[in-house]
Design a protein. Structure first.
Length: 288
């Protein structure tokens, strides 16, 4: 965890207490016990979060939220866009609003069009786990992981600074990117791996069935870790980043087609494996 002692936000409302939202709540509770945390989710999830001490107060809708210095939208991407519009219509003074969605262009564009204006800074923590839901949330989920913000104007500098201190206190490494650049990059380093792992597991499972899967080695287990991810979250990501993800898939399909055409010669196989070894080395540099 970080070393921040003074809470950047005295009150935090988290809309959606799944893996990410729940982990933020637990991290806040551990790092800044004096901060008040309000949760919005279903009755069952709220009961779990209250019972674990992750939140101080539970409400069942954005409309019922009390005033908060920070509102974090931690629902699926398209739902976050609708929630942002709902927050903008509230009559009370609004604090800083951010989200944790895996795509940024659509929500940043939606925030830009809001009347009255809302202090919104798009956010994306690159921390996750094999399974979602509050039951798998943990306070150290973001330790050492990037947390990207996509500010849309110079007027959000103060909000970005406070948010950076906030996520730094949760152990993350804050940085900023433009929304366009974020979505293009994530299509390759996040969205493509997810779709590839899910498609690979579906293909192998459909061919090998339960009996054959029992014969699989560690390689299949490791390479399909992402295949347990929830479909609803990734459906929204695909719908809001279809063009960039399409380009990423085209690049992978092209490489696979090259491998397919070279199975009896091995020249492309050698070139791809050599390049992959180099990039894999770059990927794991300075990682635990």
């Amino acid at each position: 965890m970080g070393t921040v002692t003074d809470p950047p936000f005295s009150s935090i409302a988290i809309v959606g207490l799944g893996l990410i939202g729940g982990s933020i709540a637990l991290g806040v509770r551990e790092q800044w016990p004096s901060s008040r945390v309000i949760g919005v989710d279903s009755e069952a999830v709220l009961a779990h979060a209250l019972g674990s001490g992750a939140i101080d107060r539970a409400v069942d809708s954005v409309a019922a939220l009390p005033e908060a210095a920070l509102i974090i939208l931690a629902a699926p991407v398209r739902q976050n866009i609708d929630l942002l519009k709902e927050i903008a219509q509230r009559k009370d003074r609004q604090g800083v609003v951010t989200d944790v969605g895996g795509t940024k262009r659509e929500i940043v564009s939606a925030a830009r069009a809001l009347t009255p204006p809302t202090t919104f800074v798009g956010g994306h923590p690159l921390g996750g786990a094999e399974r979602g839901g509050f039951a798998f949330a943990r306070p150290d989920l973001f330790a050492g992981r990037p947390w990207i913000f996509t500010p849309d104007s110079d007027g959000s500098a103060d909000a970005v600074e406070r948010l950076s201190r906030f996520v730094g206190g949760l152990g993350a490494r804050p940085s900023t990117l433009g929304a366009e650049e974020h979505d293009r990059l994530m299509a390759f380093v996040s969205h493509l791996p997810q779709l590839t792992a899910s498609a690979l597991m579906d293909t192998v499972g459909s061919a090998a069935h339960s009996e054959g899967l029992r014969m699989a080695g560690r390689g299949l287990v490791d390479s399909t870790r992402l295949a347990s991810s929830p479909a609803d979250v990734w459906r929204d990501i695909c719908l809001t980043n279809a063009d960039a993800i399409g380009d990423a898939l085209d690049s992978l399909i092209e490489r696979l087609t090259q491998l397919r055409g070279d199975l009896t010669r091995g020249e492309t196989i050698e070139a791809v494996f050599t390049a992959a070894t180099k990039w894999r080395s770059e990927l794991i540099k300075e990682r635990d």
